[in-house]
Design a protein. Structure first.
Lengths: 731, 174
């Protein structure tokens, strides 16, 4: 801590020095075919200067020190390009880029794993990106539906697994950290993730770090980090309106039918924005309704979001953003087994729910406000500060009872970024968070977190070495502090000049128990057992290793990326049956150790130039759970094999595509013997098509086109075939 | 020049389609249908359903229980699923490991929370059980074959004659 403070003060010295005057580098980034590229990264390597292009492909870097500078532009799907320009005094210099389409081009930068945008470097751990184009053409309602197509990621009833990190714990925690524009957004009480917090139409890009990221991000980054980047506010006046409508397929077997007519879904949202070079603001709102694809499954969603940017000085930018979402939906949605509903002589009815459990519904409200400021003191030094407030509020109505919970998470962070020379980057920061909850099942409790972190990256010849560590202090209800240290060491080695590279890393991750896990106190009605609190839960920890590599393009149209990974986890928190004086009870305890190892491989191919792009990915998971008093076995809900295929064919303003996802049948589930054990492999094929004409765009999505009936978690039917048409008008 | 990549792309998707076609996902499963391992049959209900009824479930015991503790600790499944009881008869099935069971019975439960302890017997009554066809005064042994079902295990549950556990076992506390 003392060293970190010393380093902070050392780095802060340049901030006090008189600022250099500088010029402006501006221009556009376009495709070589002429169209502007939105969201392209433009920056000066080894410096604090970077930005993204707006909807018209324009960018502006200022104040750039006088002299020759190498400006680089990169965008996913295009070959990067660099231009050397000479900046004289405070003059403006134009640098326009025309990028060649290159469907095999990978993620242009590594934002998530380092908190720093860098060009031309290779990340030391696996990073994936979902671009704006991919989000658009998938015509999804919530962003998790698009992230689900990323290699080695699987969603289990809304709960994200990166390389098998979390399993399924009914939203009670997450071993993946969600960031919105770099701000942590896991719930303050349960630690889970609300994927509909940010309207999907406001999300420009998703960056995903696979593997432990706690050395920079702290708790919850045990299995990975997902960062949602929201759309920047462009200059001028812009509007965007989107309408969606769709229909759910009926059950494929007459004995499963549960309603006389088809189910529908639909909604609409709109965004208005105005911006100048110094200021910009946008506001959006929308709503959608779904009849649901099964019985007792209807839901309504309302949302509001806003964002503003302000550049009070050339070197400083302030961003304020916020969102509010309200969902009211029927729950729970476990399918009924024989006798729980009109079973028509069936052992189970996957489209029907237990009629004895009604009425039951949930009202879930959540919202956040975040503010960030970034000052580029010089080309060698910048600092950034942020503050945020995330609030969640739920009310569950069940047949005989109701539950409620209100939680807040206040967070703040300050970090400095320094480039002492062109071969070295240093990052130092401090972060604090305070979470509280008021609930009839979690009680009134709070948790405080304080942390400090530092990271340095150094070029060693062609290789780059990355080392960092973070220390987190945790306090419950104002009690004594406990500390967790999370180091990481990694390196990357480019292979030739065509983009091939090797990477290796080892790091420690952790996840602090959520307030809900520590203090939950309720009767689990399905088992008739009481769940009792355990305030003494310890953080889960894990060491993660990765060895991977990316090839340069080969056979003129292919490129591959593969990684071997190995995680050894300790103190995993699981529900445990205990015998108390009043009878058996369930308590969450640190009982298990686990190993998760495997292979994450992706093959990209563009056999017909830029028109046809295909991707094939395969993930193999080998897991072992070790706990006292029970035999070793595989971790629950981790399929050993996952296969994903994607293909897109573009022809002028039109395009068609398909996604196929396979996951083998999970060998193990939790509470085996107490829940319906039926489960099958996942085999889902999606088709999509889109057509653009001026400001109009039409998208068609047929999700689960074969109407494959399957479940990922016990007694919960996964979505059936859903045909959705989306119309977008933007100006 | 383009033949190889086109053929490769086509092959990949044909493979995907074949893999998809090989498995039809979840399928309807009639009670006592193929693949079911356990006990199934029909319960015929008699008498008036008590107002305090919470549910009715079917349980099985490998050996006939001797004590109240045996009733709870040796019950299979440990947490049974309920059976519809509002009609005059209901098909039922209970997933059980293959072996012989000395007692298969319908248990009536009154409203209240089970503790999974002998104290639960205060909430539970024996509503009926499968009887030995050769001697209907005695429980019948049911054998679940390996990989199959013991079907047609039919019996009567009488709400008018709900019997406490003490009629069958010794309880030190209720």
């Amino acid at each position: 801590m003392h060293r970190a403070l010393t380093l902070f003060l050392f780095l802060a010295v340049p901030a006090a020095a008189p600022a250099q005057s500088g010029g402006v580098v501006h221009g556009t980034v376009r495709s070589s075919q002429g169209g502007p590229i939105r969201g392209a990264m433009v920056g000066i390597s080894g410096s604090t200067f970077y930005t993204q292009t707006d909807a018209d492909g324009r960018y502006r870097l200022a104040p750039v020190p006088p002299g020759d500078v190498r400006v680089r532009a990169a965008a996913i799907g295009y070959s990067p390009q660099a231009i050397v320009v000479t900046v004289r005094g405070a003059d403006s210099v134009t640098a326009d880029f025309a990028l060649e389409p290159s469907p095999l081009e990978l993620t242009p930068l590594d934002v998530v794993s380092t908190k720093l945008p860098r060009f031309g470097d290779h990340p030391v751990t696996s990073v994936a990106q979902v671009s704006e184009q991919e989000i658009d053409r998938r015509a999804v309602n919530t962003i998790d539906e698009a992230i689900d197509k990323v290699p080695a990621i699987q969603f289990l009833n809304g709960q994200i697994n990166i390389r098998g990190s979390t399993g399924y714990v009914q939203g009670l925690n997450s071993r993946v950290l969600l960031l919105v524009d770099g701000v942590p957004m896991n719930e303050g009480d349960r630690g889970g993730i609300n994927w509909d917090l940010v309207p999907v139409d406001q999300i420009e890009r998703v960056d995903i770090l696979k593997g432990a990221g706690s050395s920079l991000y702290g708790s919850s980054a045990l299995g990975g980090v997902v960062n949602l980047t929201t759309r920047d506010v462009p200059t001028g006046v812009h509007e965007r309106v989107r309408f969606t409508g769709g229909v759910y397929a009926n059950p494929p077997h007459p004995v499963w039918e549960f309603r006389d007519q088809s189910g529908y879904q639909g909604g609409g949202d709109g965004t208005w924005s105005y911006g100048t070079d110094e200021f910009g603001a946008s506001i959006s709102g929308g709503a959608r309704h779904s009849d649901g694809y099964r019985e007792h499954d209807s839901g309504n969603h309302w949302q509001l979001a806003g964002k503003s940017r302000w550049q009070p000085a050339p070197k400083t930018r302030v961003d304020v953003s916020g969102a509010w979402a309200d969902d009211k939906y029927d729950a729970p949605l476990s399918w009924c087994t024989q006798g729980q509903c009109e079973d028509l002589g069936q052992a189970y009815q996957p489209f029907k729910t237990d009629t004895g459990g009604r009425p039951s519904w949930t009202d879930s409200r959540k919202g956040y406000v975040a503010a960030q400021a970034r000052t580029v003191v010089s080309d060698r030094f910048a600092w950034q500060a942020r503050g945020s407030w995330y609030r969640t509020d739920f009310f569950d109505q069940r047949r005989d009872t109701s539950e409620f919970g209100v939680s807040n998470r206040f967070g703040g962070e300050i970090r400095v970024e320094a480039h002492p020379d062109s071969s070295r980057t240093v990052l130092v920061g401090a972060e604090g968070a305070y979470s509280n909850v008021t609930s009839d099942i979690f009680g009134d409790h709070s948790q405080s977190e304080f942390s400090a972190y530092g990271q340095s990256e150094q070029a060693l010849g062609r290789a780059r070495l990355n080392a960092g560590a973070r220390i987190d202090f945790l306090a419950i209800d104002g009690g004594s502090l406990s500390a967790v240290v999370s180091p990481r060491l990694g390196g990357s080695l480019p292979l030739g000049r065509n983009g091939g590279a090797l990477r290796a890393s080892v790091g420690r991750g952790f996840r602090a128990p959520s307030l809900a896990e520590r203090f939950v106190d309720l009767v689990a009605s399905e088992f008739g057992l009481r769940v009792v609190p355990n305030p003494n839960l310890r953080p889960e920890t894990a060491w993660s290793f990765e060895l991977g590599g990316t090839t340069a393009p080969f056979l003129t149209f292919m490129r591959a990326d593969a990684a071997l990974f190995w995680t050894e986890a300790r103190d995993l928190i699981e529900p445990t049956l205990i015998v108390a004086s009043s009878g058996p009870e369930i308590q969450l305890q640190n009982v298990a150790e686990a190993r998760i190892a495997g292979l994450d491989a992706t093959l990209l191919a563009a056999p017909l130039s830029a028109r046809l792009k295909t991707a094939l990915s395969y993930t193999y998971l080998s897991t072992e759970r070790r706990a006292p008093g029970s035999p070793n076995g595989p971790l629950a809900y981790r399929p050993a094999h996952q296969l994903k295929l994607a293909a897109d064919y573009a022809l002028g303003p039109a395009g068609v595509g398909a996604d196929f996802r396979f996951a083998s049948r999970p060998e193990s589930i939790e509470l085996e013997g107490y829940v319906d054990p039926r489960r099958v492999p996942m085999k889902v094929l999606d088709f999509r098509a889109q057509w653009t004409h001026g400001p109009f765009e039409l998208r068609l999505l047929v999700a689960n086109a074969l109407n494959y009936i399957y479940n990922l978690v016990p007694q919960t039917l996964a979505p059936v075939r859903t045909t959705t048409l989306t119309a977008v008008w933007s100006h | 020049m383009l033949e190889l990549p086109l053929r490769l792309s086509g092959t990949v998707f044909v493979l995907a389609a074949v893999v998809t076609a090989c498995d039809e996902g979840l399928q309807p499963q009639p009670i006592c249908g193929a693949g079911f391992v356990g006990v199934c049959g029909t319960i015929h209900f008699r008498g008036t359903i008590p107002d305090s009824t919470d549910n009715v479930f079917v349980a099985a015991y490998v050996t006939f229980p001797q004590t109240c503790n045996d009733l709870i600790a040796n019950r299979q499944p440990f947490i049974p699923a309920s059976v519809p009881y509002t009609d005059s008869a209901a098909a039922y099935s209970v997933t059980l490991p293959p072996r012989a069971y000395e007692w298969v019975l319908a248990v009536w439960k009154k409203v209240g929370t089970l503790q999974l302890s002998p104290a639960d017997t205060a909430l539970l009554r024996v509503a009926g059980y499968y009887r030995n066809p050769a001697d209907t005064t005695q429980p019948g042994v049911v054998t679940v074959p390996s990989g199959g079902a013991a079907a047609n295990i039919d019996f009567i549950a009488d709400f008018a004659h709900l019997r406490p556990a003490t009629d069958f076992v010794t309880c030190t506390a209720r």
